[in-house]
Design a protein around this ligand. Structure first.
Ligand code: FES
Length: 59
């Protein structure tokens, strides 16, 4: 789902209730979306978040 910021190790679901940051991905160009609690929509573009991404970054 995403890579860790420092060592770029793969990360997946951990809490699955929106309380951690393990599932952060880029959704429709918006970085740092917790996809475990994000409602799916047709045409949604979901991408792997690589490394550290600030919310002010354009992706
Ligand atoms: S898995 Fe913890 S917030 Fe999504």
């Amino acid at each position: 789902m995403r890579e860790s910021g420092h060592l770029h190790r793969p990360r997946g679901l951990f809490c699955n209730i929106g309380n951690c940051s393990s599932c952060l991905m880029v959704v429709n160009g918006e970085p740092n979306v917790r996809v475990c609690v994000e409602r799916l929509a047709e045409g949604m573009v979901v991408e792997t978040r690589r490394g550290r991404v600030n919310s002010s970054d354009t992706y």
